[in-house]
Design a protein around this ligand. Sequence first.
Ligand SMILES: [Zn+2]
Ligand SMILES: [Zn+2]
Length: 353
Amino acid sequence: MSSRYARHELMPGWNQQQLANAKVIIFGMGALGNEVARILAMSGIGSLLLCDPDWIEESNLSRTVLFRQSDIGNFKVEAAATALRELNPTLAVETRSLPLIHGVGLGEIRDVDLVISCLDSRSARLQLTGRCKLVQTPYIDGGTHSWGGEVRPYLDPDDPCYGCSLTPEERSIADVPWSCLDTRPEDSVGSAVPSSALVGTWMGIIAIRFLMNLTCPAGTLRIDSSRGTTVVIPQVRDSECPLHTSIDFVSKISVSSQETMQKLRSLLPKSAVPLVWEPVQKLVECSHCNFQEILWGLPSINLCPQCQQPLRPRTTIELDEVPDLVKLADLGIPPREILTVKTMKGWQWFELE
Ligand SMILES: [Zn+2]
Ligand SMILES: [Zn+2]
């Protein structure tokens, strides 16, 4: 009887056990995420965490190998997890149907072997780069063009990052606090399954090699199917790039993201102020009639009950005024998040568990 992985073992350097022990997070379950997840699952990766807030639409079906007609309307991560378990029943898959900053905590990112970025906007890529850098986790970013795409491996934490390849103006879009402007969808660009399969396969093969400690390319791979070329472009570290800070010493506290602000407060030093990484809404106000209401949570768009104009959310990153009974998850805090806390002794980091 031959085992599922019999042909793998014939490849020089292949280490099935190392893959079985590996944990990987994939952010983005669109066309690229589908391809990489399929490759990792079939290769025998032990554990995958999938994060994507979107539902499946009919226009996804021409490019996504894991989704079926009957999946339309379901969360991408759920349909993908079901398909991946069928492809490989030994795979452990977990899902988060939330934006990346609310879906996966920094403690979780720190504890995996590799992060795969299949995101479709520059601001999301920058946000993920910053989070991987904070906890020094290697990651591979990919993106498609019409007839090819790019793969950017950032496997050594001291190497250049995605932010290094951008100008300060391009990087600054990630610093704009949450506003309703950010919910505008990016302009759609043309894409077809050959390009996402091509780029996703490159990402998958580099991921597999990295997880088995085999050599990996250090630069950006630019793949152009019209010329039949894949060119490696060296990455250069930009000394002005602000994304290279990391968190040093983290204290663990026994509170989950499903518990309340009261529990968090009881475990932090006296008069400490916990901060979130992305602004949360503290109140909504009307600029027409001066209506105002305290409303803690993720920024939301509501109409003024007095004059029906859109209310403006006012946001903060400081949680000291949050009422005791508000749940941390309702402020967008993901499981095992590491929070920055302002204390009498200076900045400290606390990890939820
Ligand atoms: Zn950088
Ligand atoms: Zn009003």
